[in-house]
Design a protein around this ligand. Structure first.
Ligand code: G6P
Length: 610
């Protein structure tokens, strides 16, 4: 949520900032801006709207002759998207400019006291207090002014700071909002996320909580919040540059859907050894630990929460330990029953989602052991967990997740099988057989993409005019229906809801009328007859029904308008293949409707505010 990039070095800075921001736009795209040092003064260029507006304003960056600057792409929290509310913000006397990601929770009091001191504000943002505090506290020592300022701030903030007295350096701060440092021979960088600087360097520092960093073209000094020096170990990023580019696709979302077989393979195969046994490298749960857990909480937000819903079915079935799935934003404020006999499984692509991180801390405080499934190495959630399992999806850029969801799901199978194995609840042979099927999932997903894509493109053409859609399913089909419905609504703006198929008749069926689109997920064999009855109920009321099922269920043709057939698959792994055509339906329908698929309105990928 909000993207930050900064650079100081030998190169002209503005094109670098624009390039970096273009790779961070998934974090927010309400406005964009840069602040650069030019002959002892700070020059700010910023504009409401997409980055292109800013880029056109400054001739792709060529119009700004500077080698030091900070940039920002905004997801509005305090104050509407406008030129004034865009970052960077300048202090009243023009001595400081800042970019900020996060929320300053005590900004009202700070603002009131600054106004009492005679400061005039130019924007409605919480962020503008930061540059004015810096100006107030600055007495010739930049780092001291930064420390005094952050000591006053409450909330979350990643900051880029430039001061007009320094042509050769800028400062960055990380507190509860992600920020990395990039190191190179041609200069040094800060960024909210790795893709922003991946084409310039692969050598990075992950900043820790409260760390303050001072960057010049050839030196990076990191301090803790008491301004004591911190020795950092540089890390090498192994992502390939192409993984953060569209690589011939029109949209990242489409590319990421297509990348799923590879992402699944990279995530699953290193976890199964040559003897067909599970190796979960980052997990150290013993049989005694697992036997001791009275309950498991799976806690996450958005699509990651939907992974948890599938996870509940799988883990309960295999381990017989009760599993509760919680939205992180609810968990943290509801006095949850957690103690040292609780295992918490935290799921997060970014590893930085504010509510998920807060839920993790709440659970940990109450004694739970934390096992996280994370895609970003070194992220806050990964750092604060007891055990970490990384999904190897690579960078996910589209706001609507696809490959992260799929790889998280594959982790759920592995965790469930790992625990069942440790508890000796299943015969070794049975586990091996299941693992042999799991390893086939990437291929099945590839097959599903190939066989269902043309049909889904046709369906998208036929139904792109709908205003409402209802997704139905039972058991794991219901859990997948939740994700399918979210995919459609977030990228196409079609109003969409998911229901447990048996629940429809308790109210929502009143909304079904002639032509209403219903997508019924009916892959789960044990309940298929029940789901078919529910399909008949909506059909009888005029619904247009698309059924998703496996190729052995041809009977559903009688009750549907269209059937999307999936290859036969073990029921346990059904969600992994079922979700893929649903992602494609959301994508192609949104494309037909002319939506900006990768940057849906009002959304941002990494949600680092509550
Ligand atoms: C945002 C994204 C979703 C994602 C959710 C949780 O809403 O658009 O795709 O599922 O955040 O993000 P996380 O990084 O914690 O998985």
């Amino acid at each position: 949520m909000c993207g930050i990039v900064g650079y100081v070095g030998k190169e002209q800075v503005a094109p670098i900032l624009l390039d970096g921001l273009s790779r961070l736009e998934y974090r927010g795209y309400d406005s964009a801006g840069i602040a650069c040092m030019e002959n002892g003064t700070i020059r700010v260029n910023k504009a409401k709207g997409r980055l292109q507006v800013l880029s056109d304003m400054i001739d792709g960056g060529n119009a700004v002759a500077s080698t030091l600057g900070i940039g920002h792409t905004r997801w509005a929290t305090h104050g509407k998207p406008s030129d004034e509310n865009s970052h960077p913000h300048m202090s009243q006397k023009g001595k400081f400019a800042i970019v900020h990601n996060g929320i300053i929770e005590n900004y009202s009091e700070i603002k009131a006291s600054l106004i009492a001191d005679g400061v005039q504000f130019a924007s409605e943002t919480d962020s503008e207090v930061i540059c004015n505090l810096l100006e107030k506290f600055y007495e010739g020592d930049l780092l001291k002014a930064v420390k005094k300022t952050v000591d006053v701030l409450e909330g979350s903030y990643a900051l880029g700071i430039i001061c007009h007295e320094y042509e050769d350096r800028f400062i960055a701060v990380r507190h509860a909002s992600p920020l990395i440092v990039g190191l190179s021979d041609k200069g040094n960088f800060v960024a909210s996320d790795i893709p922003a600087i991946l084409s310039y360097t692969r050598k990075i520092y992950h900043l820790g909580e409260g760390e303050i960093v001072e960057l010049t073209g050839d030196k990076v000094r990191v301090f803790n919040s008491d301004l004591e020096p911190v020795i950092k170990q540089a890390e090498e990023i192994t992502w390939d540059v192409k993984s953060a580019e569209k690589d011939g696709y029109d949209y990242f979302m489409e590319k990421e859907i297509m990348e799923q077989p590879r992402a699944l393979h990279d995530t699953i195969s290193p976890r199964i050894d040559d003897h067909g046994e599970i190796v979960l490298d980052g997990v150290h749960l013993t049989r005694e630990d697992i036997e001791g857990y009275r309950r498991i909480y799976i806690t996450a937000c958005g699509s990651a929460y939907h992974v948890g819903m599938v996870g509940k079915y799988i883990i309960e079935k295999m381990t017989r330990i009760p599993v509760e799935v919680d939205l992180a934003s609810e968990f943290r404020y509801r006095d949850p029953i957690v103690d040292d006999k609780t295992l918490m499984i935290i799921i997060s692509q970014s590893g930085e989602t504010a509510d998920t991180l807060a839920a993790l801390r709440e659970g940990k405080k109450r004694g739970a052991r934390i096992l996280s499934i994370v895609n970003v190495v070194g992220s806050s959630i990964a750092n604060e967990s007891d055990d970490v399992l990384y999904t190897w999806a690579g960078p996910e850029i589209a706001v609507a997740t696809t490959k992260a969801y799929s790889t998280q799901l594959s982790m759920m199978y592995l965790i469930a099988l790992y625990m069942a194995d440790k508890l000796e609840l299943m015969a070794k042979e049975e586990i091996r057989t299941l693992l042999a099927s799991l390893i086939q999932v990437p291929e099945l997903v590839e097959q599903v993409i190939e066989t269902t894509r043309p049909q889904i493109m046709e369906l998208a053409k036929q139904y792109h005019g709908v205003e409402h859609a209802y997704y139905l399913g039972r058991n794991v089909d219901y859990a997948v229906a939740m994700e399918a419905s979210l995919k459609l609504k977030e990228v196409s703006y079609v109003h969409s809801e998911a229901y447990a198929a048996g629940e429809l008749k308790h109210g929502t069926i009143s909304l079904i009328e002639e032509g209403t689109l219903v997508v019924a997920l009916a892959g789960c064999h044990r309940v298929i007859e029940k789901t078919v009855s529910n399909i008949q109920e909506v059909k009888a009321r005029g619904a247009k029904v698309i059924v998703v099922t496996t190729e052995d269920n041809t009977g559903v043709e009688k009750v549907s308008d269209h059937v999307i057939y999936l290859p036969k698959v073990k029921e346990l792994f059904l969600p992994s293949v079922e979700v893929v055509p649903m992602q494609m339906l959301g994508f192609y329908l949104a494309k037909e409707r002319g939506c900006d698929v990768d940057k849906p309105r009002n959304l941002a990928k990494s949600v680092t505010v509550e």
